[in-house]
Design a protein around this ligand. Structure first.
Ligand SMILES: [Zn+2]
Length: 105
């Protein structure tokens, strides 16, 4: 089957787009943001595309909420790691800060 990578690429693009939408809707419609995160995660699973680390910092794996730093999540940075806590369900997770910097323009 051809175009397996292409499919993954398209899925990734859509995942990024969904997270952009989630961000845009967050202030007024947090429940919509949550829905976008859900869609993005499903897209990833269906197309075997891994959600990029930088985006993994933007949602809670446990309750699925879209997380905004200082709004519904707490960020504690320690060296190259950041500990993110979801204020909705209290779930805590750690991510590397290194990869995020690499991705930024
Ligand atoms: Zn949560």
């Amino acid at each position: 089957m051809a175009g397996k990578n292409k499919r993954k690429e398209i899925a990734l693009e859509r995942i990024y787009r969904l997270f952009e939408l989630a961000e845009a809707e967050f202030e007024k419609h947090p429940e919509r943001s949550k829905r976008y995160v859900e869609l993005a995660r499903k897209l990833g699973t269906r197309n075997r595309a891994t959600i990029p680390t930088e985006l993994k910092k933007r949602f809670c794996k446990k309750c699925g909420a879209f997380l905004v730093k200082g709004k519904n999540s707490e960020w504690k940075e320690a060296g190259e790691l950041v500990e993110i806590k979801c204020r909705k369900c209290g779930y805590c997770f750690k991510k590397s800060l290194k990869q995020e910097k690499k991705k930024k323009k």
